[in-house]
Design a protein around this ligand. Sequence first.
Ligand code: ADP
Length: 693
Amino acid sequence: MPSAATLSTWLQNSGLWARAVRLRWGDLMHLRETGPVVLLFKDGGAGLMTEVDLEHNLILVKNPGSALGDGGIAVDELRLEQVWSGETLLLRSKRGRPETEAPFTLGWLASLVLRERRLLQDIGLASLTLSFLTIFPPLLVMTVVDRVLTHHSYSTLVLLGTLLAAASIFETLLGHARRLIVLIVGTRLDAKLNLHVFNRLLRLPLDYFERHPAGETMHKVAQVYKVREFLTGKLLTTFLDLMTLVVLLPFLFFLNPILAGMVLACTALIMLVILAFLRPLRRSFADVIFAETEKASALGETIFGIKTIKSLALEPQRNALWDERVADVGSSRLAFGKLANWPQTVITPIERFMSIGLVLVGAYMALDDNTGYAVGALFAFMMLSMRVAQPLVGLARLVEDYEGVSLAIVEAASVLNRPPETDAVSGGLRPRFAGAISFEDVSFTYGGTKLPALDRVTFGVTAGTMLGIVGRSGSGKSTLTRLLQGINRDYSGSLKIDGNDVRVINLRHLRQSFGVVLQENFLFRGSIRDNIIAGRSGLTLDDVVNAARLAGAEEFIERMPNGYETMIEEGSPNLSGGQRQRLAIARALITDPRILILDEATNALDPESEALLNANLLRIASGRTMVIVSHRLSSLIDCDQILVLDKGKAVDIAPHNLLLERCAIYRQLWSQQSRHHDSQGQHHVAPPFVQSR
Ligand code: ADP
């Protein structure tokens, strides 16, 4: 019986939502409408919990043995604990969580925010209360000025003072709570976004990453957080402030309708100014974003290509490029800033008039009025009018900010909303592979190129074949292995593995059944053992040792200070190229793949490691299909079949000796290489010839 964790991985790979958890009886009692709950028993058996009977403190469990239609047997806590240690598998169909599929748009993000309904309600309530509280102090001031000062009433003053103090304390606490909730909403949203974004990124097809510099992708994806910040920052606060407006505006009109009207008029003017600048600002901001993206990709490229840069001493050139990019960003930011400075400049006098000019107008009106009460109202009005103007101006500014955010959305969406690899990741067939491969009239052209990389390729090999692929560089060898792995799927013709078209096979299943070793393999930070297992479940140290032995890596691993626990640093500086390669082969072999692809895998190897690997090759190949791409023909002599590619066409397929006899291209490649190998230059296998090109 596999462990709960393994089961859950299996199920997740099949496109279900599954979690392995450890529960107690009390937890079971609270599980309702969660989807199927599978209890894993100590003896290796399992049962399906079909019902919870809270009243009798029982659950109904269905055993594999019980009849199909029956609801299961009732079990109480004591009986269950005898057989069950708490291991449980929770299941659900993935359809219930559409948010991972939804395209990235502002609306989608907003819906994520709105999902925090309860917290938002709390925030709203706090804000509304705060708004009412803001009326309080001006009201008190008004009373103080009007009543206390004119009637010299000490008792009223004390009462007012107490009220004011109480209100301030309440306001402080409420403000604290509101900021806290906004923070919580923001944090939760960030966590969700992080998961979503990473998930989307991993599902993008390989071509995307080949075509776009990593720095650019990282920069664009980071824009998501800008949008999030806008949503829970400016947008939310402006919304909340608008709530204040709803409360305060009528009060302002009550205090002094003329002045209130003037506040509104000024605000409208400010809005007009901002709206007038919107279009030019948008254009200028697009320039900024473009320059920033270019700068980010220059940085990314430099870091990822640092080995080449250092070894070719290209630092000055990179510096010059960086200078240029920084200057571009600087000048576009400056242009944007200069433009954005104008509305600010025009708005300032209007704002000043709202805060000071209105007081003068009010004072003038109070002079005219001889009831005496108008002075208090004027004070109150002064205290409140800025509170009203702020959110209104904020609303106009929001439109301005939205420009920036909408560009950020476009940027992030240009990465995240690409079609993910294929729907076949969760659907499609999951056949058991034997390893027969057949190509029939397969043609493939890379996007953006004219000549086909593969041109009507037809051949077939049975399961267990050791297939070599040779051809000049650019003849389509790698492309062929990419089609096999389902990396490029828009080919024409038919490509079958064991008679199933590759396109109908579940992509993850396909790749899990394959082992692939490339010329350059990435090792992750961690121990050697972790790198060989690479997070795949159900593998033990024995498997690791076996795989390492098969790959010819055992001997050097055991000489390492900590053996299989030796840590590999980032970029694996403590391993030689040959050692790295052998680890990669062990990593590919550990799952005992039915089909193993070595794509120029021995290229980077020193002759000794290569000899070691070649010696193991036959052993590695036993029981599986091997596809070996290599330009060193000597390592392919043992292959059952060798496919010769030329300019995307399959020229011939046969064993080495036969090809030497009948295939001109193969003979040519062979003679070129044997000339290299015959360093003594005693005898050439083929007559010398003039190399075309
Ligand atoms: P080989 O492995 O035999 O050297 P490839 O299969 O890598 O050849 O390439 C075959 C042809 O396809 C070449 O002409 C190459 O320029 C082109 N090609 C390879 N990869 C890409 C790609 N990602 N985009 C566009 N063209 C490509």
